[in-house]
Design a protein around this ligand. Sequence first.
Ligand code: ACO
Length: 459
Amino acid sequence: MVNLSHGIAAESGAPVVESEGAWLETPSARIALPVIKVAEGPAGVEVDNLLKETNMVTFDPGFMNTAAVESAVSFVDGDNGILRYRGYPIEQLAANSSFLEVAYLLIYGELPTEQVLKRFSQQVNRHTLLPENYRALLNAFPKTAHPMAMMASAMSALETFYPESLNPRDEDQIDLATTLILAKIRTITSYVFKAMSSKPFLYPDKSRSYVEDFMRMCFAVPYETFDSEPELVRILDKLLILHADHEQNCSTSTVRLVGSSNASVYASVAAGIGALSGPAHGGANEAVLNMLNQIANGEDSVKSFVAKVKDKKDGVRLMGFGHRIYKSYDPRAKIIKTDAHAILDKYGSNDGLLAIARELEELALGDDYFTSRKLYPNVDFYTGLIYRAIGFPPTMFTPLFAFGRTPGWIAQWREMAHDPDTRIGRPRQLYVGQPQRDYLPVSERIMDENAKRIAAPRE
Ligand code: ACO
């Protein structure tokens, strides 16, 4: 039996306080495990030497209890519904800051002064144009392509145009890649949107603010004047802020893992976009709208849908509900819920989807299935409704999430690249396959029915 104690040594059943630290007891050894102190949240137990000393590895599918890095970028307290970027509560940033300012904060660690923010905005603005042949590349995808696949490809392709920004050991090159990605992601996201409907791409207008110009590039037509509703620019800015970072989630961990091999920040962010596309992660915002539409179309009622979810037979989940870390209300969902009502009242189509969302939420929050599992609305539950009121189709919801998450990915990549403890990410496994066996020529092989069923490719 393995016995792990923290600050306590188990001897003859009675816990004895020894000193600050943790110990692991196995039948043959008792090993001290250093405890890593943290600013907030659970402390860490270092298990680096476990394999060497015990010939055992830790087993933690889904990284439910594994911290892979020390990070100072963002902090989440899932039990109390807290999210902070670099120490600043998300509520304050959402109410007072701008996306570009938050990007600076996440990447460089402090809120910029007025002068620094101006210079940063100018730098980013200067680089928003995309090379002409790169524009052609974005136009080459089939019209049925999902925009997340286009975005991931676009991010991979971007590095081929800027070889002078690829060296992960060169600070100037890292800074250049940072500015280029922040600048181009707004143009790429708008082009991906335009490409979906074969509409002409618009060049960036440097006289406009970052998010305002993104809206123009999405919704304007060449040579026609266009002004976005300031209220919609502000809400989109806020949504981008809310999505900007969320510590070591699936896509961010992917970015860091890819980056740990010294791959470029472009390659790492492209991989992050791929990870975000899944419906269990960023793809949930699109899935929420599909779910609401399914109910609005009469395929299900709110009650029958919730019953299906609880039944679990078909693997149907209440999309936009539940979170690996938040076991109380996601603070981002709380902020968005209030805005959703105001924006939808003014700009939303009167199709009742918000009413369905509210009914679903109400039913779930009063149902033991959800409350006993601590399932509450996450950030994705209401965002799709707002994106739609702004004018985006459901397939664009996850690309907008990726757009917002880009500063966080860059900040986390940079932290990884600057951390002297970074080593190539390489998890262990518990091997459960065949023991050693000898190769047989094809004529001598016999396959039993079970092996045939498993090993044969589907016809
Ligand atoms: N609807 C119904 N049941 C759920 C849901 C849900 N949305 N989420 C979790 N559960 C149930 C599971 O069936 C499981 O029940 P069980 O204990 O009886 O087996 C229990 O709650 C725990 O679920 P896990 O899948 O183990 O939780 P995990 O932390 O691994 O997953 C996740 C978190 C992926 C977010 C999950 O809650 C989910 O699939 N939610 C729906 C998709 C979604 O909204 N994703 C967006 C997440 S936020 C983001 O990425 C920005």
